[in-house]
Design a protein around this ligand. Structure first.
Ligand code: 5RP
Length: 261
């Protein structure tokens, strides 16, 4: 039986009515610095927040750029320690204490695991520690299956990484969409959400979201395909229509176009 606080926090992210979520990811700067579109993250996210179920963010951006009066569940990025200047991005540690996560009133904590990488054990051990700490205070853990350059993003690899994340205690797993995505969902006992990945055409990003939820994803944790779009608000609304209202990607694209128009 899940603890009340844990269940309540999860329900604030994955909406009980649709059992799905639209999370807006803006944590990219934790290793990429001022990512295109996130130079002034507070301004970027302000018009998007009312259309998102949760915001994935680092504590620095949260404290310095997001209005504390806003009503949005926070999924706090709590792993890091590397930068794009290094070849190997897998050498991550936990970067936020439980006390600070609680002080920031977060609804979940997010960290990356790098299965098959040179720091596989370290990142999996970080996940296990974080799940223990989160369990103590009723705060869910979202595990991100980060993929090194040498890894193939196929259902076999991503299914392995997602299942390991759930086995170690993650309450939500975020991964990439790929062919055979149903297998990943079937083999993972906790909700799986997808990252959007690099910016692609708006129409294709909507198809990606639709393919993912049709294959069993609990929604999206999407960043660049929303905030790097020329039309971020129409895009998040289109994604939302797919995730929560069962619209097809064609219907969502019509909606996006009429919002742009
Ligand atoms: C980085 C992350 C990002 O939040 C994630 O990649 C989602 O953003 P995008 O849709 O831009 O891929 O977890 O490790």
């Amino acid at each position: 039986m899940m603890d009340w606080g844990m269940q309540n926090r999860l329900a604030s992210i994955i909406k009980p009515k649709s059992r799905r979520c639209v999370m807006l990811a803006v944590d990219h700067g934790y290793f990429q610095g001022p990512t295109s579109g996130l130079e002034r993250p507070g301004e970027t996210v302000a018009p998007l927040l009312e259309h998102a179920d949760a915001l994935m963010v680092t504590r620095g951006v949260l404290r310095n750029t997001i209005d504390a009066n806003v009503n949005i569940p926070i999924v706090l990025r709590v792993s890091g320690g590397t930068s794009i200047l290094k070849e190997d991005l897998s050498d991550e540690e936990l970067t936020v204490s439980m006390e600070d996560a609680i002080r920031l009133n977060v609804s979940a904590m997010a960290l990356s695991i790098f299965v098959g990488s040179s720091h596989e054990k370290q990142t999996l051990s970080n996940l296990a520690k974080l799940c223990d700490r989160g369990q103590k205070y009723g705060i869910p853990t979202l595990a991100v299956t980060a993929v090194g350059k040498e890894m193939v993003r196929d259902a076999r690899y991503l299914g392995l990484a997602c299942r390991i994340a759930a086995e170690l205690g993650a309450q939500i797993v975020k991964t990439y969409y790929c062919e055979g995505f149903e297998k990943i969902v079937n083999g993972c006992p906790v909700p799986v959400v997808i990252a959007g990945g690099k910016k692609i055409a708006e129409r294709d990003a909507l198809k990606l979201a639709h393919d993912a939820v049709s294959a069993g994803a609990a929604g999206v944790d999407m960043g660049r395909n929303i905030f790097q779009s020329q039309w971020p608000v129409p895009m998040i609304r289109g994604v939302r229509a797919i995730v929560h209202e069962g619209k097809t990607d064609a219907e969502a694209w019509d909606m996006v176009q009429s919002l742009i128009g």
